[in-house]
Design a protein around this ligand. Structure first.
Ligand code: SF4
Length: 192
């Protein structure tokens, strides 16, 4: 949460990973940059951003008419903000475009859908029109997939946002995540 009271999309991903991360960050004030999970492939991701800044559109794999790389989007209604890897302008609509440094999974990870859905809500407020799909670009193998964004996905974003706000307001420490999550968590050394 920034000084204006806005949460970041990464806060929702962190909370989904473990509710206690919200408590460390916003009740104890021990903040970490980005997501708490080890950020595999951050360098490849940053290289993609640098390279794409000079290209006005994505390849033939998406219906792009235009593209804006590394775009900040904010919702005053949700008090939520984020930086989407790219905004893809299509015929009369806009879609979020997220880049992952991994190979494509058999199905998108739930956190990836949550992230796209959060950006969809932010873009809907900004552009005043529904956002019904986004794109996931897996750098390993250079695979781009169109991902539908359903109303249930958007509701999941609102629900997690409410959970984060409840932890901040109540200051109650949430339950631990499953132990398998703790291996990748930057709070593991101080968490009880
Ligand atoms: S160490 Fe485990 S329980 Fe503690 S914040 Fe991290 S994921 Fe959650």
């Amino acid at each position: 949460m920034d000084r204006h009271g806005y949460l970041a999309v990464s806060d929702l991903l962190n909370h989904r990973f473990c509710g206690r991360v919200t408590w460390f960050a916003y009740v104890l004030g021990l903040r970490q940059r980005g997501t708490v999970k080890t950020d595999h492939g951050r360098d490849e991701h940053d290289r993609w951003v640098q390279r794409e800044r000079n290209r006005w559109k994505e390849g033939a794999t998406v219906r792009a008419r235009a593209k804006l790389v590394s775009a900040e989007v904010t919702s005053e209604r949700l008090l939520l903000r984020g930086k989407v890897d790219a905004l893809v302008g299509e015929d009369g609509s806009v879609a979020p475009y997220e880049v992952k440094a991994t190979a494509p999974p058999a199905r998108p990870w739930p956190g990836q859908i949550l992230q796209l859905a959060a950006y969809a809500l932010l873009l809907e407020e900004r552009h005043g029109q529904p956002v019904t799909h986004g794109y996931l670009h897996y750098l390993e193998g250079d695979v781009v997939r169109e991902q539908p964004i359903e109303e249930a996905d958007k509701q999941a974003v609102r629900d997690i946002l409410a959970e984060v706000q409840a932890v901040v307001t109540s200051e109650m420490m949430p339950q631990r995540a499953p132990a398998s999550h703790c291996r990748d968590c930057v709070y593991a050394k101080i968490c009880v």
